[in-house]
Design a protein around this ligand. Structure first.
Ligand SMILES: [Fe+2]
Ligand SMILES: [Fe+2]
Length: 197
């Protein structure tokens, strides 16, 4: 069944039923980010994919469902719990910080209508790589395995950035969970969200 804003809540809550020994920790963390951050309302970007309210949650749940499917095919011995934690929270850094959202509604009307830039970055949010902020937010509240931490912080994989290549230091040293989350992220954004055929 296709993931939409209508079935998002049900699919989101169902993921927490897959948790194992860390279920209580993760549920407390879920409660915390739902109360203290923009997790339930944030977009996934300012002007590209899912730049809509709840876009981040839609993307995160979509990536998690696809990562679980790939895992079942290729790596059935990686537990549900690890896939859910790494995939669901890989982009959590996009919420910004507690009480300080990363994305704000763009009030410059011509940028919204002409450029589709529906959100802007909050200038008050301390600059930090988004994946590192995901790790920052989760790691002092949920005990992560080394593979989960690598999967979150290196989920983008390698791509060119101004002045070099992102994540080159993980090259040939990616754990299986990182590769699952990375590919699920890429596939979800390109195929499910942007309709690549
Ligand atoms: Fe990301
Ligand atoms: Fe992502």
């Amino acid at each position: 069944m296709t993931l939409t804003l209508d079935n998002l809540d049900a699919r989101y809550h169902a993921l927490f039923e897959l948790l194992g020994p860390r279920k209580a920790q993760v549920l407390a963390f879920k409660d915390y980010i739902e109360r203290e951050t923009s997790w339930l309302t944030a977009p996934a970007s300012t002007r590209f994919h899912l730049n809509i309210e709840r876009g981040l949650l839609l993307h995160s749940v979509g990536v998690t469902c696809n990562a679980l499917s790939i895992r079942s095919l290729l790596a059935p011995n990686i537990p549900d719990e690890s896939v859910v934690i790494a995939a669901l929270f890989h982009d959590l850094g996009k919420v910004g910080y507690p009480g300080k959202p990363y994305y704000l509604r763009n009030d410059v009307q011509w940028e919204v209508t002409k450029r589709g830039k529906t959100y802007k970055v909050n200038p008050e949010a301390t600059t930090m790589n988004l994946a590192v902020r995901s790790l920052y937010l989760i790691s002092n509240r949920v005990e992560l395995t080394e593979d989960e931490a690598q999967a979150i912080v290196a989920h983008d994989g390698i791509y060119p950035v101004s002045g070099g290549v992102n994540n080159l230091d993980y090259h040939h040293r990616e754990c299986r969970l990182q590769m699952l989350v990375h590919f699920a992220d890429k596939w979800t954004a390109a195929v499910d969200e942007e309709g690549r055929t």
